[in-house]
Design a protein around this ligand. Structure first.
Ligand code: BYC
Length: 338
């Protein structure tokens, strides 16, 4: 790894860490902190064996765990429609999409493991409500059009939020995001195409598409997190280049992207205050119901209980698979060792 601000050394634990030339008065830790700051300032990637402030590590574990949990909980609302997809083509696409989300969870749990936090520990925190997952997955998928609205709006919001994460200062997270974003862009397009077909279909199909967009629009805007003045972590995360843009900036970007897409779909976004602001060169939009957001975060959304119950059950029912995989791995190790 290149460290223009310092050199690489072998520590007692046998791992590599960044060092900076130390001045006489500074402790070894000061030197490491200075090298870390310089690497972040120079837009270099921080790697698992590099020294990093404990708060940086904790912030990454919090965000990556929440992100990984969102991916696997996010499988539920869409999986709800696999058996009822209207054609074999749509069913195959939906199965592939839901499977992709499981894969995203795996990339992210693996990336979090590079920070010394085991997957079991993270899953336990999810199952006991000590770690969050995205608010968006606590809403129900009432009709087939919801699969389209999730693809267009939820995956669209996810891409807007996640493309900048490909430049996150922590290497394993940034690299996981590159692949995730490529797959998410397929997901977004399948949702858009699905809604386009419904919107141009029978009046009942058009109404179903509009109803789905009406229900998913505002929760999608909430995905970006609280407004900047209420975002506890943004300032520090942006200073560390974990986040590259504020919650409000990304939300605004998403609204600006969606308006022409909604027009092309022949659907209306459910916001009477949505209009182009010539002066700002961006769209103004209506007030978000932050009380609803807080309620969902507290566990009082329409599907919080259902989602977490189903997740716990899936985990319990999958215990035999984990045991079998561990037994198989141990057996292989024995064979290789002998
Ligand atoms: N839902 O200081 P803030 C997907 C929490 S997966 C729940 O702004 P931060 C997909 C936040 O954690 C989508 N909680 O936080 C999957 C914090 O609470 P704690 C998931 C939220 O971290 C399958 C508190 O509010 N994407 O798209 O600087 C199928 C204060 O917030 C939410 C990611 O996770 C929320 N919406 O910024 C289809 C992306 N928002 O921890 C699609 C990675 C905020 O202090 N994450 N909170 O108790 C991020 O970019 C950032 O973590 C956030 C929040 C922008 C979400």
């Amino acid at each position: 790894m290149e460290t223009p601000a310092g050199t690489m050394t072998e520590t007692a634990a046998g791992t590599l860490s960044r060092t900076a030339p130390a001045t006489t008065a500074e402790t070894a830790e000061d030197g490491l902190a200075r090298a870390f700051d310089a690497a972040v300032a120079a837009d270099e990637r921080i790697e698992p064996r590099d020294w990093m402030p404990e708060a940086y590590r904790a912030t990454l574990v919090r965000q990556m765990a929440q992100h990984a949990h969102s991916e696997i909980i996010g499988m539920q609302p869409e999986a709800n429609w696999i058996t009822r997809a209207p054609s074999l083509r749509r069913k195959a696409i939906l199965i592939a999409k839901v499977q992709d989300e499981a894969g995203h969870g795996l990339y992210l749990y693996s990336a979090a493991e590079t920070l010394g936090t085991g997957r079991d520990e993270l899953l336990d925190k999810l199952h006991t409500g000590r770690q969050k997952y995205s608010s968006i997955f606590n809403y129900p998928t009432l009709t087939w059009a919801d699969v389209g609205a999730i693809g267009w709006l939820v995956d669209g919001a996810a891409i807007t939020n996640q493309v900048p994460l490909c430049r996150c200062s922590y290497g394993p997270y940034a690299r996981a995001m590159v692949r995730i974003c490529k797959e998410e862009s397929f997901h977004q397009r399948q949702g858009y195409e699905l809604l386009l077909a419904l919107s141009g279909g029978t009046p009942a199909q058009h109404a179903m598409a509009q109803d789905a967009v009406d229900r998913w629009w505002w929760p999608s805007l909430m995905m970006f997190g609280p407004p900047d003045d209420a975002s506890a972590h943004s300032a520090q995360s942006m200073a560390w280049k974990i986040k590259r843009h504020s919650n409000d900036e990304l939300r605004q970007r998403f609204v600006d992207i969606c308006v022409p897409q909604a027009e092309a779909l022949g659907l209306t976004l459910p916001d009477p205050d949505l209009r182009w602001n010539e002066e700002r060169g961006r769209h103004d939009f209506g007030a978000i119901d932050w009380t609803e957001f807080q309620q969902v975060l507290k566990g009082n959304g329409p599907c919080n209980e259902q989602r977490i119950t189903q997740r716990r059950r899936a985990h319990e029912e999958g215990a035999w698979v984990r045991e079998a995989a561990a037994a198989y791995a141990a057996k292989r190790e024995e064979v290789t060792a002998s």
